[in-house]
Design a protein around this ligand. Structure first.
Ligand code: XLS
Ligand code: NI
Ligand code: NI
Length: 439
C-alpha cells in the first residue's frame, strides 16, 4: 500500500524548477568536513505530520488523510506508521520524534494504553529495520488529557503526579526499545494561570522531583539517551515554568540537575519569549547545554506558536552559525516541529513543506560554514575584544587586579577611544554571503 503519489525526493541543485526536488539539501555533500546529512540530522515530527488534521480554534479538520480511512483506531494507528515511514523514506529524513499519544490511541486505562503502545512499537520497529530510519527522541503527552487540567508534575493533585510519572516511565521504556537517542520533557501544562491559587515553590520542587525520578529510572533500565528540556514561555499556560534557556538553566542549577539535562530549543518558543532563535542557541552554546532543535518559525503578526515550516534563510543561517560554533548537534538533530498551514491540506503539501524547511536549513548551513571559514565575524569579534588580550585587559581576565588597582589605572590612563560596532556593515556582509554562497 502506498499513500503518496510522489517519487523519492533528490537533490537537483539551486537552478532546478522541479518543486519536488531539493535545491540546497544535498545529503552527501561535504561541508566543513562532514556531510550535510550528518550536520542536519533532520527529523520528522510524528504529531504534526501524521495526526494533525488542520483544526484551529475556529474550525474543524481540513485534512482528510488516506491513512485515516478506517474507524478502527488501532488499524488507523498502524496505517499511520506505514504512511510515516513511506514519507520519511521518500523525503530522505533519517529520524523521527514522537509523543506516546501520537502513535497509539489511549485505552480505557493505563494498562490498556500501555498494551496498545507495545503493539504499535512492534510495527514501528519493523519499519525501522526495513528502512534504516531511527528515533531521534520520544516524549510523553502529559498535557492533552483532562486529568492534566492543573498540570502533570506540577499538578496540585498528587494522584495526577503519580499518573504522569507512570506515563513517563512507559514512554521512556518505549523510547529505549526504539533506540531513541534523546528523551524530551516539554511541560505543556507545567505552569500557572493565577498566583491566587498557586504554590509555585511546591510546584517547582515537585517538577524537580519528577525529573530526578526520570534520571534514576533511566539508570535503572540502562537508557543512555540524552534528557532534554524544551523551554517555552507561555501557551497553553499563561506562565510556563520552563520560560526560556536562562530560566531553565537556573532551575537545573538550583536542583542540581545540570549534569543530566540539555536543552531542546524551538525557534517559535524563542520568539514567543521575546528572544531570537539565535539568542537561545547562543545561550545554550556558551553554557554547554545545546541538546537538540525543534525547527520551525512563528509569525510576527500573529504572536502564538504557529509552528510554521522554517523558510527564513536569515534565521536558519544564524541558527546554523551557532550550531557550528557549538561543535554540531551531537546526539540531537533538527526536528521539524512544524505543521502545514490549514489551507495546505493536500498530501503533496507535506512534501513541499518539508522540502522548504530542509532546503532553508541546508542553505543556512552553507552560508554559516562560509562565514566561519572566512572568519568574517570571528575576526571582527576578536579585534573588537582585543583590549583583553594585553595590558590591563589581560590583568582583568587573569584576575590580577581589583578595584584599587583599576582605580589607579583609571586615574592615570583615562579611557581610550571607542570604535564603531559596524552593525550595518556586518549585516550587509551577511546578505552578501546569503546571496552568493551557491555561486
Ligand atoms: C509545543 C511543543 C511540543 C514539544 C513536544 O509547543 O513544541 O510540540 O516539542 O511535546
Ligand atoms: Ni517543540
Ligand atoms: Ni512548540
Amino acid at each position: 500500500m502506498s499513500y503518496f503519489n510522489v517519487e523519492k525526493i533528490s537533490y537537483e541543485g539551486p537552478k532546478s524548477k522541479n518543486p519536488f526536488s531539493f535545491k540546497y539539501y544535498n545529503p552527501d555533500e561535504i561541508v566543513l568536513g562532514k556531510t550535510m546529512k550528518e550536520h542536519c540530522r533532520f527529523a520528522m515530527s510524528y504529531w504534526h505530520t501524521l495526526t494533525y488534521m488542520g483544526n484551529d480554534p475556529f474550525g474543524g479538520p481540513t485534512m482528510f488523510r488516506p491513512w485515516d480511512n478506517t474507524n478502527d483506531t488501532m488499524e488507523k494507528a498502524i496505517e499511520r506508521v506505514h504512511a510515516a515511514f513511506e514519507f520519511m523514506d521518500k523525503m530522505q529524513i533519517p529520524f523521527f520524534c514522537f509523543h506516546d499519544a501520537d502513535i497509539a490511541p489511549r485505552g480505557k486505562d493505563l494498562k490498556e494504553t500501555n498494551e496498545r503502545l507495545d503493539k504499535i512499537v512492534a510495527v514501528i520497529k519493523e519499519e525501522m529495520n526495513r528502512t534504516g530510519i531511527k528515533c531521534l527522541w520520544g516524549t510523553t503527552n502529559a498535557f492533552g488529557d483532562d486529568k492534566f487540567v492543573h498540570g502533570a508534575g506540577t499538578s496540585c493533585n498528587a494522584t495526577v503526579f503519580a499518573y504522569a510519572a507512570a506515563q513517563i516511565k512507559k514512554a521512556m521504556e518505549i523510547t529505549k526499545e526504539l533506540g531513541g537517542e534523546n528523551y524530551v520533557f516539554w511541560g505543556g501544562r507545567e505552569g500557572y494561570e493565577t498566583l491566587l491559587n498557586t504554590d509555585t515553590g511546591l510546584e517547582l520542587d515537585n517538577l524537580a522531583r519528577l525529573l530526578k525520578m526520570a534520571v534514576d529510572y533511566a539508570k535503572e533500565i540502562g537508557f543512555t539517551g540524552q534528557f532534554l528540556i524544551e523551554p517555552k514561555p507561555m501557551e497553553p499556560t499563561k506562565h510556563q515554568y520552563d520560560f526560556d534557556t536562562a530560566t531553565v538553566l537556573s532551575f537545573l542549577r538550583k536542583y542540581d540537575l545540570l549534569d543530566s539535562f540539555k536543552l531542546n530549543i524551538e525557534a517559535n518558543h524563542a520568539t514567543l519569549a521575546g528572544h531570537t532563535f539565535q539568542h537561545e542557541l547562543n545561550q545554550c552554546r556558551i553554557n554547554g547545554v545545546l541538546g537538540s532543535v525543534d525547527a520551525n518559525q512563528g509569525d510576527p503578526m500573529l504572536g502564538w506558536d504557529t509552528d510554521q515550516f522554517p523558510t527564513n534563510i536569515y534565521d536558519t543561517t544564524l541558527a546554523m552559525y551557532e550550531i557550528l560554533l557549538a561543535g554540531g548537534l551531537g546526539k540531537g538533530g533538527l526536528n521539524f516541529d512544524s505543521k502545514v498551514r490549514r489551507g495546505s491540506f493536500e498530501e503533496d503539501d507535506l512534501f513541499l513543506s518539508y522540502i522548504a524547511g530542509m532546503d532553508t536549513f541546508a542553505h543556512g548551513l552553507k552560508v554559516a560554514a562560509a562565514l566561519l571559514e572566512d572568519r568574517v565575524l570571528e575576526d571582527f569579534k576578536a579585534r573588537r575584544y582585543a583590549s583583553y588580550q594585553e595590558g590591563i585587559g589581560k590583568d582583568i581576565i587573569d584576575g590580577k587586579v581589583g578595584f584599587k588597582e583599576l582605580e589607579a589605572f583609571a586615574l592615570s590612563n583615562g579611557v581610550t577611544k571607542n570604535t564603531s560596532g559596524r552593525q550595518e556593515m556586518l549585516e550587509s556582509i551577511l546578505n552578501q554571503y546569503i546571496a552568493n554562497v551557491n555561486e
